[in-house]
Design a binder for this molecule. Structure first.
Ligand code: SAM
Length: 214
């Protein structure tokens, strides 16, 4: 994305989250206005959960940067008691309207600030495309704060895009990760137990699925 587009969207390195609220406040329950809205679980996550169905019975899950909420609903279908949060209040309101009868707790919260009462509280944490939605300078904080949510014996499932080039503010959003993210999670006490990647020929990037356990 060029500088003009970043300016138009109001994306600043020192104010990295405000534009999400602007975007969702101008969007609707059909996902119009949300460029990343699948209006369905992410296909890579869907394939994974189909192979691991009903793992959530009696367990808690947390969805990071839940967007329109479909991944959270999929976890609920698989037995989890789900909390899902997003920095955008309007995104959370859209989720509540879309899934009126769901028991998922949709909450507005900011991952950058950390949420201390959730530390080590969740058996399963799901992160799809949130770290890469924020400028590279926040990567360490985001990874630490996500790792902190995972309960003893818990798991973190992550779906992310990965580039070979160095991450710089000028290139995003999105700011695709480097493969070093795996070591960064391990430095916060998680262990990589499952990994797969696929090559995206048009972009020259990779799509990663990584499962960690504490
Ligand atoms: C690229 S979107 C991905 C949304 C969703 N995970 C998906 O795959 O459709 C990134 C999401 O992260 C949210 N987000 C960005 N920064 C955040 C933060 N600091 N705390 C919580 N959510 C954040 C955005 O509002 C947005 O919904």
């Amino acid at each position: 994305m060029d500088e003009q587009m970043r300016k138009k969207l109001g994306i600043e390195e020192t104010k990295p989250v405000d534009w999400f609220e602007t975007l969702y406040s101008e969007s609707n329950e059909q996902g119009e206005g949300v460029p990343w809205a699948n209006m369905a679980p992410h296909p890579v996550f869907q394939t994974w959960i189909n192979l691991n169905s009903n793992i959530g019975i009696g367990k808690t899950a947390l969805v990071i940067g839940c967007g329109m909420g479909d991944d959270a609903i999929e976890l609920e279908k698989n037995g989890f008691e789900v909390t899902a949060f997003d920095v955008s209040h309007s995104a959370i309101e859209l989720c509540k309207k879309r899934f009126l009868h769901s028991k998922v707790s949709f909450i507005q919260a900011d991952l950058l600030k950390g949420i201390h009462e959730w530390n080590q509280k969740f058996d399963f944490v799901l992160e799809i495309f949130t770290i890469q939605a924020l400028p590279p300078k926040y990567e360490d904080t985001l990874i630490k704060n996500i790792a902190d949510f995972v309960a003893p014996d818990g798991q973190l499932l992550m779906v992310t895009e990965v580039q070979k080039e160095k991450r710089t503010f000028k290139k995003g959003p999105p700011w695709l990760l480097n493969k070093s993210y795996k070591k960064a999670f391990e430095s916060h006490g998680l262990k990589l137990i499952e990994h797969s990647s696929s090559y995206e020929p048009q972009m020259g990037d990779e799509l990663h699925l990584s499962l960690f356990r504490s």
